[in-house]
Ligand binder design. Structure first.
Ligand code: 9R3
Length: 228
């Protein structure tokens, strides 16, 4: 079962995950009433920028992350940002936000110049995450496992990242057994979502290319993290 230090590790990560959220005044902008494709893109850009800042702060709280090689830290963030943002935003869709953010967010994403071929897998993913009914510790640990993926481009010391990721996977595996005793395959299903995330990340690269071709502008932070 889960050891004392694994409990402590899980608490640090879950507290950090809950502490670092998009500021409510930014999220509330979803409810403003302009709904043009241009307006939606601008709003999504602002929210993605805020989400990246939140993600960087969360990542700095992952025990051991700041001891990694500095350039590897950057490579892990760049390589996992989209996947971590899909996971984080999946909670918005599965939590059925009381403030009605869910409906307007879906509406704005569907009407922001993203081709239908990417919209369908995107919302299928959101649905498949919702069906897992993850507890917040599982959400925080799954995001942490995604960030600590050793085979991202340009990572030099993959062993160091692998050691960290394995520590987190061990806690997540035990947590899944505890939280979902009737579902022995639950942990495997969670890891299956990480495969789906990689596919979405490839679609996302195409989304960026298509936005660029239509002369859409991104913020400096998004340009840096997504090399656009
Ligand atoms: O906690 C809340 O209340 C809350 C409410 C809404 C909300 N929307 C959030 N988003 C909206 C958007 C979709 C999820 C990831 C990003 C943050 C943001 O990304 C938009 C985006 C994406 C993107 C999309 Cl459309 C879907 C999934 C992931 C990404 Cl990165 N790609 O490029 C962009 C910008 C247009 C350049 S986080 C959040 C929290």
């Amino acid at each position: 079962e889960i050891t004392k230090e694994q409990q402590a590790l899980m608490k640090i990560i879950t507290d950090a995950y809950n502490r670092h959220q998009i500021p409510q005044d930014v999220a509330k902008k979803l409810l403003q009433d302009q709904y043009s494709a241009e307006e939606n893109f601008l709003l999504l850009t602002e929210m993605a920028t805020s989400q990246v800042q939140v993600l960087v702060e969360f990542t700095k709280n992952i025990p051991g992350f700041l001891s990694l090689d500095r350039e590897d830290q950057i490579a892990l963030l760049k390589g996992s940002a989209v996947e971590a943002m899909f996971l984080r935003s999946a909670q918005v869709f599965s939590r059925k936000m009381p403030s009605g953010h869910t409906e307007v967010l879906e509406e704005r994403i569907r009407k922001s110049g993203i081709s239908e071929e990417f919209i369908t897998p995107m919302f299928n993913f959101y649905k498949s995450i919702g069906e897992l009914h993850m507890v917040q510790e599982e959400q925080a640990l799954l995001t942490t496992v995604t960030i600590l993926t050793p085979d991202r481009p340009y990572v030099k010391d993959q062993q160091a990242v692998e050691r960290l990721q394995e520590t987190m996977l061990d806690v997540l595996r035990k947590l899944c057994v505890l939280q979902h005793p009737q579902e022995p395959q639950y942990f495997a299903r969670l890891l299956g979502r990480l495969t789906e995330l990689r596919t979405l990340s490839h679609y996302h690269t195409e989304m960026l290319v298509s936005w660029r071709m239509n002369d859409h502008k991104f913020t400096p932070l998004l340009c840096e993290i997504w090399d656009v």
